[in-house]
Every structure is written in structure tokens, then in C-alpha cells.
Design a protein around this ligand. Structure first.
Ligand code: SF4
Length: 269
């Protein structure tokens, strides 16, 4: 059973490759697409997941078959640092395995401080590792409403700062953008703290019509006004670009692989 796969569609904008270690998630985000994607009920998906059966064995088989020179994201389905039956021990083992096979990796999680347990492993990857979190609300109350099981914004921000201070390349995913004003405040906060290297900006997609009445063009302009002078690495997702046709973007800002981590100079696998 292959564990590493090539995402398609909107997911491809996040990473050339991905691997899902757990199927299920304790964060219970209201906007979560995973139950729909997996055709599961919310009650079957939300909860405390176990690692996929023999996932490490299958992961190693994938890594033995060929080198991976482009980024593998942990993960699209689930969160490798949510509550799990093995307390994310599989995440640590998977990272060690990926490092042993010299694969470049990005980790995206709303797990907060729990991520720092594996700081020693992140560090071993050097330039081939990027660690990030999704930032949605600066307000703890709003975050608790929308993402009840996830770490609070303050903890996510302090975790990013700790990772950055430890020399890890950090990224922040602004997707979904439920309230543009909250996202802009978070961008400002991360700029003040200089804790994020790379920003991925999207929008809210197809959530109960909420996204239809938002002024995405103004949001994108405001976000770029903050980020560009700071010299940050920026990627603007296609769903947002499509609704902001009046905003001119650079080729770097629309290239999904421009800021991913990779093994340089030895092919393009
Ligand atoms: S963290 Fe991701 S997978 Fe988990 S509930 Fe939230 S959106 Fe779904």
C-alpha cells in the first residue's frame, strides 16, 4: 500500500507529494473537508485516530523504491500532532525514516507546542525541512468555536516563534480565511515577531455561502501591502487569485513549488 502520493487539484498547490499517517482528527474544525473527501460521516472521522496499519513499514517500502527530491507534506488528511492513540509516536518515527532516506519534508499542524517535542528531528533535516501551522483567528474565542480541538492561536504563534528561533524554516497557512480582518491581524502579529518565513494565502471555500459576500480583492491587496515590504516568501493560492483579478502578482507569488523544500541540483523527481 503506497503511503507517499502525488496530490491533485487544489491540494497540489500545497506540496508535490504528501503522506497521511493517521486517518481521523481530534481538532474537529467546522470547515474540515476530510470527512467529505473520504466519504465518511463526521462522527466516524472526528475523534482520536490510531496510526494507519503498518504505515511505517509501507512508508519505508516507498522510500526504498526511489529517491524523493521534492517536498513530502505531512499531512493533508488528519494532523500528525493531533491527539492520537500513540501520542504522535508514529509521526516521530516517520520523520526519522524520511530523514534517513534524505527526503525533503514539510509538516503542517495545529498541534501547537506538541510539535516542539520533535524539534531535534526537524533540526537534523537542515534546509530540507519546513514546519508550519494554519493561522485562522487571533481571537481565542473564535478559534475555539471553529477549531475546538486545536491549540489556541497564542500557542500556535509561540510555537512558530520557537521553531524559527531554533533555525527551522517556518510557514503559515492562511486557509481558510474565515474573517479577513482576523487573518490580517495574524499576519501583522507574525511580522512583528518575525516568526514566519513563508506565507501561503488562500480563502474560505464553499462553506455555507459565507465566502460569497467577502471582498477577496481588498483582502489580498491588504495582505500583500503587509507582506511585500517585509520581504517574505509569498504564495497566493489560485482560488484567491481567481477572485482578485485586479491584483498583479509576481511569478514567484503564483508558483506553487517556488518556496517548497527540495533536494537541489540532482534531478527533478
Ligand atoms: S486539523 Fe485539518 S484534518 Fe483536522 S479537523 Fe482540522 S481541517 Fe480537519
Amino acid at each position: 500500500m503506497p503511503i507517499i502520493y502525488e496530490p491533485v487539484g487544489m491540494a497540489k498547490e500545497y506540496s508535490p507529494y504528501a503522506a497521511n499517517l493517521y486517518i481521523g482528527c481530534s481538532h474537529c474544525c467546522r470547515y474540515c473537508y476530510a470527512p467529505h473527501t473520504l466519504q465518511r460521516t463526521e462522527s466516524a472521522y472526528f475523534g482520536i485516530p490510531a496510526p494507519r496499519k503498518d504505515v511505517l513499514q509501507y512508508l519505508e517500502q516507498d522510500l526504498q523504491k526511489r529517491p524523493y527530491l521534492k517536498q513530502i507534506l505531512l499531512s493533508f488528511i488528519g494532523d500528525v500532532y493531533c491527539k492520537s492513540t500513540d501520542d504522535s509516536a508514529t509521526t516521530r518515527s516517520a520523520l526519522q525514516l524520511l530523514h534517513a532516506y534524505n527526503a525533503p519534508v514539510a509538516v503542517l499542524s495545529k498541534g501547537g507546542e506538541k510539535m516542539l517535542r520533535d524539534l531535534d528531528v526537524f533540526t537534523q533535516f537542515g534546509d530540507h525541512m519546513m514546519v508550519g501551522t494554519t493561522l485562522t483567528f487571533l481571537s481565542g474565542q473564535k478559534s475555539k468555536h471553529w477549531e475546538p480541538g486545536a491549540s489556541l492561536p497564542e500557542e500556535r504563534l509561540s510555537t512558530l516563534a520557537a521553531l524559527h528561533a531554533a533555525g527551522i524554516k517556518t510557514f503559515a497557512s492562511f486557509e481558510p480565511v474565515v474573517e479577513p480582518g482576523e487573518s490580517l491581524k495574524l499576519i501583522e502579529k507574525t511580522l512583528q515577531e518575525d516568526s514566519v518565513d513563508h506565507y501561503k494565502i488562500g480563502k474560505l471555500n464553499n462553506y455555507r455561502g459565507l465566502d460569497r459576500n467577502m471582498d477577496w480583492q481588498t483582502f489580498l491587496r491588504d495582505a500583500l501591502t503587509l507582506l511585500r515590504p517585509a520581504g517574505k516568501q509569498i504564495y497566493i493560492k489560485k482560488c484567491l487569485r481567481d477572485l482578485a483579478p485586479g491584483v498583479a502578482l509576481t511569478s514567484d507569488e503564483i508558483d506553487p513549488e517556488r518556496w517548497t523544500v527540495r533536494i537541489a541540483g540532482i534531478g527533478n523527481i
